[in-house]
Ligand binder design. Structure first.
Ligand code: GLV
Length: 309
């Protein structure tokens, strides 16, 4: 017999177990506190499990990260030495692209100015700009970044992408390497941060780098807060050097109640939900990886802790 142990503070155990069970006959699916035979726990499906979570499961064979980003796992020192896989789900990428599109269009169509004008009962005509006149820079062209960049290109924006290694994407001007980053920033009227958090990307958008954005740029972060120096971002937003920001992620989450970002009119805050794990579409791939691990076959969407993603 095998057991799959589940942990998440955000995702529904009932939903995941109901969808996984038909794919995994012979596997008991339960929460950590109801495990009967710890030595039979061969698989874990977990999002941000607490420290020490893995210690009782000495025969773990596969860890499935219940999300796309693995930064909260790969950095820790209590991980078992077993393959780790992450979700790689086109529906999750589409959900993320939907949020990015919303945030970019909101700036491209001057919606914050109209929201303000309406509060003041003011008819405020601003002639719409064509999307081709707006340069959108997407930082990070992994599965999620590439999908969002292509959706933006479909809307007619002038889309550029930046990644660590060179990518080729139809309709996107792709740049790569740290040497080109400042130039890339200086040509992004709207910057969308979609990089994974790794030792190389932590603090990448420092005060000095943010200063390369064109004056009045808009800033969108949907990946991880720690990629940007949040104090420097707050300062740039206060000074108007960055005119607007949509922030779904923060260096500390939940964002503390006394953080100055809460009170800023030019900032839209959402609580880290731009995209979430979708059981209906991802359960089949989770089950397939578990069956592969059970048969001793290579798994898909494996994470490489030394690389950080
Ligand atoms: C959410 O932030 C995820 O990484 O899945």
């Amino acid at each position: 017999m095998s057991t799959l142990v589940f942990y998440s503070e955000f995702d529904s155990f009932e939903e995941w177990s109901a969808l996984l069970a038909p794919h995994l006959p012979g596997v008991t699916i339960c929460r950590a506190e109801t495990v009967q035979h710890p030595d039979e726990v061969h698989y874990a499906l977990a999002w941000k499990p607490p420290r020490g979570f893995f210690a009782p499961w000495r025969n773990l064979r596969l860890l499935v990260n219940l999300g796309a980003g693995v930064d909260s796992l790969v950095g820790r020192d209590d991980l078992p030495d077993i393959p780790i896989v992450r979700l790689s789900d086109p529906d999750m990428a589409r959900m993320m692209a939907g949020y990015v599109l919303f945030a970019v269009l909101r700036y491209a169509r001057d919606i914050p100015a109209f929201e303000r004008a309406q509060r003041e009962q003011r008819w405020h005509y601003l002639h719409p700009r064509p999307p081709s006149a707006i340069r959108v820079g997407v930082l990070g062209l992994g599965e999620l970044g590439a999908y969002a960049a292509q959706e933006l290109a479909r809307q007619g924006f002038d889309v550029r992408g930046w990644s660590r290694s060179q990518k080729a994407l139809a309709g996107i001007r792709c740049h790569s390497g740290l040497g080109s980053l400042n130039d890339f920033l200086s040509q992004s009227d709207i910057l969308v941060t979609m990089l994974p958090l790794t030792p190389q990307t932590t603090g990448l958008l420092s005060a000095e780098r943010l200063a390369h954005l064109p004056p009045g740029a808009a800033f969108i972060n949907v990946s991880r807060g720690a990629i940007v120096d949040q104090a420097a971002l707050t300062q740039a937003l206060r000074a108007g050097q960055i005119a607007q920001a949509t922030l779904d992620v923060f260096d500390r989450e939940p964002l503390p109640p006394d953080d100055p970002l809460w009170g800023m009119e030019n900032v839209l805050i959402t609580p880290h939900l731009a995209s979430v794990a979708l059981p209906a579409s991802a359960a089949a791939q989770v089950a397939e990886n578990i069956r592969r691990a059970a048969r001793g076959e290579p798994v898909t969407n494996q994470v490489f802790p030394e690389r950080g993603y």
